[in-house]
Design a protein around this ligand. Structure first.
Ligand SMILES: O=C(O)c1ccccc1NCC(=O)[C@H](O)[C@H](O)COP(=O)(O)O
Length: 391
């Protein structure tokens, strides 16, 4: 379903299609895509009628083979859709078709390498496998039930607005992060609850909790531990979201907000996920890094919170003038008209940095490294802002 939505977005934005071909070739593409998806779904149901739980053995190897082919085709369509929107990150590796495949992509893929082009792509490919395994163990029906029993959702955006009003400074989303691909281990002695309490005492409005294990040494247990310890700051689940199932999972673990990365997600996936977040009461922080991503996100209905990441997640390059550049001119005007809260993310170390991004137009900041490395992270907040903001 998500992928079908993406395909429709592809049709609206695919630059190489004339208006005539939009009405002829493209509907055919959609139908092929829909048929493939439905076929893959019905095959999956044959292989495993209780999709998401333990696979049921089948004698029909050909059904399994056909399923692999169809799922591979769907994956290829997803990459096509994303590329048409300028997204360089491929959702799945171009491993080439399964052995029984006969179709239009096989020639083009012959020379494509299947190693990730950069760290973000590697993370996404790894996440794809991880989510598939997690879904096997926790099918949506079970996760939905867990959502019903989750602790109540708190107002993430409201907390940022209130902090901004109270201090006259950007509301702080303080990040609970043990390590990162660009910086390695940030804090050896890592106690997530102790750090979260210290941040709260130091005046953080909200917290961001890394849940990715492989690249950030985080985990969903940190989110749960912090939530269950009675920390009042609303919590952002800092994850690489590629599947709507993850939204339910994050909420079931006590998250109040999630991150959606425009460098990874096509427009209609973002739109669909923003709507799903609203149903779940989650705030969606939609992250951009360049003008194209920002323009795409401004065209998506219902977005209330946008982060500008000063870090290029493909190269690790950090430049806080990214925030200023993106908020200049027409985009800044739109943001003010729509009352969207802008968040300056990454590479903020001192009061000058905070003043610089505030001047550029942000009303919130997301900060990890500079405060999590301090022996007292709460005091690190005072150093970051140049004054005590806990009052
Ligand atoms: O930080 C990384 O190395 C990184 C690599 C790949 C994907 C995401 C990555 N970081 C996520 C973030 O953007 C930061 O954790 C967050 O904005 C805080 O940044 P900082 O204050 O510079 O720790």
């Amino acid at each position: 379903m998500d992928s079908l939505i993406s395909l429709k977005g592809h049709i609206q934005t695919f630059p190489s299609f004339s208006s005539k071909s939009r009405t002829t070739i493209l509907p055919t593409l959609v139908n092929t895509y829909r048929k493939n998806s439905l076929f893959a779904f019905s095959l999956r149901a044959q292989v495993n009628p209780n999709e998401g739980s333990t696979p049921i053995a089948t004698s029909s190897e050909s059904v399994v083979e056909a399923l692999k082919v169809k799922e591979w085709e769907v994956g290829m369509f997803q990459n096509e859709v994303a590329a048409a929107q300028g997204i360089r990150i491929r959702r799945t590796p171009p491993t080439g078709p399964p052995s029984h495949y006969e179709g239009p992509f096989q020639f083009r893929l012959q020379n494509e390498e299947n190693t990730p082009r950069n760290i973000l792509e590697e993370i996404v490919w790894n996440k794809d496998k991880e989510v598939a395994q997690l879904k096997e163990r926790n099918p949506l029906g079970l996760v939905r039930k867990a959502v019903e029993n989750a602790p109540p959702v708190r107002d993430f955006i409201g907390a940022l607005r209130a902090a901004n009003k109270r201090t006259g400074l950007p509301g702080l989303i303080a990040e609970v992060k043990k390590a990162s691909p660009s910086r390695g281990i940030l804090r050896e002695n890592f106690d997530p609850v102790e750090i979260a309490r210290s941040y709260e005492k130091g005046g953080a409005a909200c917290l961001s909790v890394l849940t990715d294990e492989k690249y950030f040494k985080g985990g969903f247990e940190n989110l749960e531990l912090i939530r269950n310890a009675g920390v009042k700051c609303p919590l952002l689940c800092k994850e690489f979201i590629i599947d709507a199932w993850q939204l339910y999972y994050a909420r079931s673990k006590g998250a109040d907000a999630v991150l959606l990365i425009a460098a990874v997600l096509p427009d209609l996936d973002i739109e669909y996920m923003v709507k799903t977040c609203k149903l779940l009461g989650l705030a969606a922080l939609v992250e951009v890094h360049d003008e194209r991503e920002f323009n795409r996100v401004l065209g998506i209905e219902g977005v209330e919170l946008i982060g500008i990441n000063n870090r290029n997640l493909e190269t690790f390059e950090l430049d806080i003038s990214t925030t200023k550049k993106l908020l200049e001119g027409e985009r800044g005007k739109i943001i003010r008209e729509r009352n969207i809260i802008m968040v300056g993310e990454s590479g903020l170390f001192d009061p000058e940095d905070i003043a610089y991004v505030q001047e550029a137009g942000v009303r919130a900041v997301l900060v990890g490294e500079s405060i999590v490395k301090q022996s007292d992270p709460g005091k690190g907040i005072s150093n970051l802002f140049g004054k005590d903001i806990s009052g």
